[in-house]
Design a protein around this ligand. Structure first.
Ligand code: DC
Length: 676
């Protein structure tokens, strides 16, 4: 499933089944926080930095595009991203920097923009435009930059006018790695020393990377807090491996803890103390979790080590995280244990499965994440069958215990009292992934998660990984049948795009076989000859191209010769058997999709989630198929409808849509309404 840029697009609706143990090992995407910072610090370095294992989520792409717009050169060869930067290359961009949904991009880049002469505008999508930027605006203003936004809380878009900055000492009101990073990055351009004091330590990646790049930086731990001091410095390029993202690993770790009989290993995860608080929480709950192959080093260890940098050196401590299913009990989780609160949604799922009442204390910040996550987490916990309450800034989860999860008579049911559910993540990626974990924990039965497409912002391979460890997830299967010219291609393309699903044009497969028969001099009426060809041919139905046995036939299958030959080929039961098998395999490999043809709802996928049968008045169909003589279309329809092998008929449970005189948008809206 890919977008026009060759990047995976995730479906909006996903159906996840529980009841199966999870096992094996996987690698999660490169850490998002480190990836953002590696790009920015790389852009500030004088020369070419090599970044390996960079996150490929949308958010990091925003930062990547932004540093390019600021003047750095960015190249991606698939494995390594190179960033060529330096002070003399960077300048305020001509247009706004589009940060999409990424708060990290906006806050960090605001720090860089404060150091650049001119005005940098930082814009975001609707959700980001509702997130306050005042905490980052205040220190940057104190340093001498002009920062404007909407309203008292300085909502995006932000306009940052940079220039000559003075160092400050700043103690953020609320511990925030993003605010700290913005101030430190601006500090690289400021006169004198810039210091950030945090009462609670937050993720140290900006300091780690600045140290790696040779900045004049000093990190001092003070009790639970820390002070970071930086002075204007010239940065050198570096070569780093971005370790796995612990906040993504957390989904699998919790999944292994709550899905009966599961055991998982997540390889190469960043294991610094500020990012692994969720493991301490799980240990307190009695979970069997461990760090293997690299003890969590002291935070800021890399930041203190200003010696020579090895090629492909890692940022901070790295370890494998292991997790096994077992009974969980309730605990109290303080916000300071999980400074970003990123793992709270999935920890709430663990709490839902645990015995007793877990209290998450001081969760107010969750209200201003990608969604009102505090409300969303409570909604998810209730949906799966546990009890959730919001008490002031606290989230209280009454778990169901694992009475039914001990497996009983060899079963792998979910925790007793949990059940499958329907949940709308409203586009929030972490809520969607936490919901998938809840669905795995809920025992047999399929849960429906809407708003799943947002997962592409941070973890495009999430569904592939879920299947890799033994989870069952599928997307919807929509069958679209109808005669030539009824609008199948236009409609199925639009539905697939709207739902983020892949589309299969089965007619193209029959056409490809007909083309190959003509090409090889096999008479289309020679049933055994064409059948042999169909069974042996390797067909890639695309998109982008239809390929048969290595030959691209995208346009060649639309010629009058193929139009004339294809009905005989499609009436051949043995050809149909060969192609139907491949169509079913396609749907398994793609986890569902939009499939168009003549027998999709009747024969290929009799259990499709939705079956649509399109028709249109004969004159209109002939008009749409202008390139084919109308008697040809009529003849083909006649043959397709009267043949004995899977004739074109409307399935009993298919919805009939007459597309005559109706706009595409109208038809699409009607079909989508049936899926809701
Ligand atoms: O949709 P189309 O016009 O490209 O289809 C080409 C031919 O293949 C058409 O004559 C009907 C046949 N076909 C079929 O029999 N079964 C399908 N599932 C798809 C197409």
């Amino acid at each position: 499933m890919t977008s026009g840029h060759g990047r995976p697009v995730l479906p909006e609706t996903v159906l996840v089944a529980g009841g199966m143990p999870l096992g094996g090992e996987l690698r999660v995407p490169g850490d998002k926080s480190i990836s953002h910072r590696a790009l920015i610090v790389g852009a500030l370095g004088e020369g070419t930095s090599l970044l390996r294992g960079l996150s490929d989520g949308d958010d990091v792409r925003r930062t990547r595009d932004a540093v390019a717009a600021l003047g750095a050169e960015v190249h991606d060869d698939g494995e390594v991203v190179t960033v060529t930067g330096g002070r003399s290359l960077l300048h305020a961009p001509l247009g706004p920097l589009d940060c999409g949904n990424s708060g990290t991009s906006m806050r960090l880049l605001a720090g860089v923009a404060a150091g650049l002469a001119g005005v940098t505008v930082l814009a975001g999508d609707a959700s980001l435009s509702a997130r306050p930027m005042d905490r980052v605006a205040a220190p940057l203003r104190a340093m001498g930059a002009t920062v404007t936004g909407n309203g008292p809380r300085c909502l995006p878009p932000l306009a940052v006018t940079g220039g000559s900055l003075e160092g400050i000492t700043w103690t953020p009101e609320v511990a925030s790695a993003q605010v700290k990073s913005a101030v430190l990055l601006a500090g690289l351009f400021a006169a004198g020393e810039t210091a950030v004091r945090e009462r609670v330590r937050t993720r140290p990646h900006t300091e780690e990377l600045l140290a790696l790049a040779g900045a004049d930086i000093e990190v001092t731990d003070e009790g639970a807090g820390r002070t970071v001091r930086v002075r204007a410095s010239s940065l050198r390029p570096f070569d780093v491996v971005v370790p796995g993202d612990p906040s993504q690993a957390a989904f699998w770790v919790v999944a292994a803890c709550v899905v009966p009989k599961s055991a998982l290993r997540v390889r190469g995860v960043y294991a610094g103390e500020t990012r692994t608080g969720f493991l301490s929480v799980l240990r307190r709950m009695g979970a069997r979790v461990g760090l293997d192959g690299g003890a969590p080093g002291p935070a800021g260890a890399a930041a203190n080590g200003r010696g020579a940098v090895a090629a492909g050196s890692s940022v901070g401590a790295v370890a494998d995280v292991t997790a096994q299913w077992g009974p969980l009990s309730a605990t109290v989780v303080d916000a300071s244990e999980i400074p970003s609160l990123d793992e709270v949604p999935v920890l709430a799922v663990a709490a839902a499965c645990a015995e007793g009442t877990t209290r998450f204390v001081g969760m107010g910040e969750l209200r201003v994440k990608e969604s009102d996550r505090l409300r969303a987490v409570a909604r998810l916990v209730s949906a799966v069958g546990a009890v959730a309450r919001i008490e002031g800034e606290d989230l209280v989860v009454e778990g169901v215990g694992d009475a039914g999860g001990t497996g009983g008579a060899g079963g792998v049911g979910g925790a007793s009292g949990l059940h499958h559910f329907r949940f709308d993540s409203e586009g929030d990626h972490r809520m969607a992934m936490a919901a998938a974990v809840a669905a795995l924990a809920a025992g047999p039965g399929e849960s429906r998660i809407d708003g799943f497409g947002g997962v592409a912002t941070s973890y495009p391979a999430f569904l592939a990984h879920l299947r890799h460890v033994g989870g069952h997830a599928r997307v919807q299967l929509v069958a679209i049948d109808g005669p030539a010219g009824s609008g199948k291609s236009t409609v199925s393309r639009a539905i697939a795009e709207r739902l983020g699903l892949d589309r299969l044009d089965t007619g193209a497969m029959y056409r490809a076989v007909a083309w190959a028969a003509l090409e090889r001099g096999i008479d289309p009426e020679d049933a055994p000859g064409v059948a042999e060809l169909a069974h042996e041919a390797v067909i890639d139905p695309g998109p982008p191209d239809v390929v048969i046995d290595g030959v691209v036939v995208t346009s060649a299958i639309r010629t009058p010769e193929v139009n004339r030959a294809v009905s005989a080929v499609a009436a051949n039961p043995s050809v149909r058997a060969a192609l139907v098998e491949r169509q079913r395999a396609w749907a398994v490999a793609h986890g569902g999709g939009v499939v168009e043809g003549r027998d999709i709802g009747t024969v290929v996928f009799p259990h499709a989630d939705l079956k649509v049968f399109l028709t249109a008045a004969p004159e209109e169909r002939a008009r749409r198929r202008r390139e084919e003589p109308s008697e040809g279309v009529a003849r083909r329809d006649q043959l397709d409808s009267t043949r004995t092998a899977s004739p074109l008929v409307q399935a009993a449970d298919a919805r009939l849509v007459d597309t005559t005189c109706r706009s595409v948008d109208e038809v699409i809206a009607e079909i989508l309404s049936w899926l809701r």
